[in-house]
Ligand binder design. Structure first.
Ligand code: GRG
Length: 291
């Protein structure tokens, strides 16, 4: 695991070391400030682990792992802006706009969003997996990151503040806001490895369970978590009048759901012939995560 994390870190650094004019110094610094040496790297880990599970290599899947982490980081930068969640701390340091200003933070997010698609379709990606798989992966990423996925879920979140009180609406919001990008991460790993449709479906099902568990644990940590360990502020949902799984089931009930959704994720792994022990252990590790 640590070896994979180091490889992701090194590749993110290399991929964002792009020659540029001095007018762009600040935006590149801002992009790298939020992207590098930060975060748990859940999404790129899923891409790499699913690539291995489907019989592929870490190296060939790496451009897609970088892409999903860049999209995730852009969403965090934009989410922290005063016009969204208005949060001043992220990944253990002041949020991007606190350091670079709102204009540069917006552009740094845009820069990461678009660079992600360049990573999927760059020369290295094409020579690793070929045009067809690279295009398929880019399509999956665009679908799950956009209005059909993460952006759609975020729209429900923004438009529904104080209004959602039913579980089916909450499920729809979380399936977009949090689950969709985890699905993209997992499916892209299978695609990069040349996996079959059954494996694509299994990766999707695993991410559905893991993503629900991940978000519900996030809701719990928003109440019980330590801001220093988490690297972000707590009490955000209450501040923003957001209904979540803890409002619905209480802390203990929500933790039971975390375990149930994790079980569902693990069951989906039966579709793979190669060992999926690391994916299983990864899901189990996230059940009691404190950050
Ligand atoms: C399009 C203007 C515009 C904004 C998009 C889509 C979006 C903003 C924000 C959604 C991002 C968000 C807060 C999703 C919730 C998912 C979640 C639990 C994120 C935290 O992920 P971790 O814990 O974070 O993996 P690290 O820092 O470890 O990577």
């Amino acid at each position: 695991m640590n070896d994979l994390l180091n490889k992701i870190e090194k590749a993110l650094d290399e991929y964002t070391s792009i020659p540029h004019s001095h007018y762009m110094d600040k935006v590149f610094e801002a992009m790298r400030y939020s992207l590098l040496d930060a975060g748990k790297r859940v999404r790129p880990m899923l891409t790499l682990l699913f690539a291995e599970a489907a019989g592929g290599s870490i190296e060939n899947a790496m451009p897609f792992a970088l892409a999903v982490e860049m999209i995730h980081t852009y969403s965090l930068i934009h989410d922290d802006l005063p016009l969204m969640d208005d949060d001043d701390m992220r990944r253990g340091k002041p949020s991007n706009h606190i350091v670079y200003g709102e204009d540069i933070a917006l552009l740094a997010g845009d820069g990461l969003l678009t660079l992600a698609f360049e990573a999927c379709l760059c020369e290295k990606a094409i020579s690793a997996v070929g045009y067809e798989k690279a295009a398929k992966a880019a399509l999956v990423l665009s679908k799950y990151a956009g209005v059909r996925g993460m952006v759609g879920g975020q729209c429900i979140d923004v438009m529904s503040a104080g209004k959602i009180t039913r579980e089916n609406e909450l499920f729809e919001m979380v399936s977009g806001k949090t689950v969709a990008l985890l699905k993209a991460a997992s499916i892209m790993g299978v695609i990069a490895a040349g996996g079959n449709e059954k494996q694509v479906k299994a990766a999707e099902d695993y991410a559905q369970g893991l993503g629900m568990a991940f978000q519900i644990r996030d809701d719990i940590l928003d109440i019980t978590g330590d801001p220093t360990t988490l690297g972000k502020n707590v009490g955000i949902d209450e501040k923003n009048d957001r209904f979540n799984y803890v409002s619905l089931y209480g802390l203990a009930g929500a933790q039971i759901l975390v375990e149930q959704f994790t079980d569902e994720a693990i069951k989906a792994l039966d579709a793979f012939e190669n060992s999926t022990l690391e994916l299983k252990n990864y899901a189990l590790k996230l059940i009691n995560r404190e950050k």
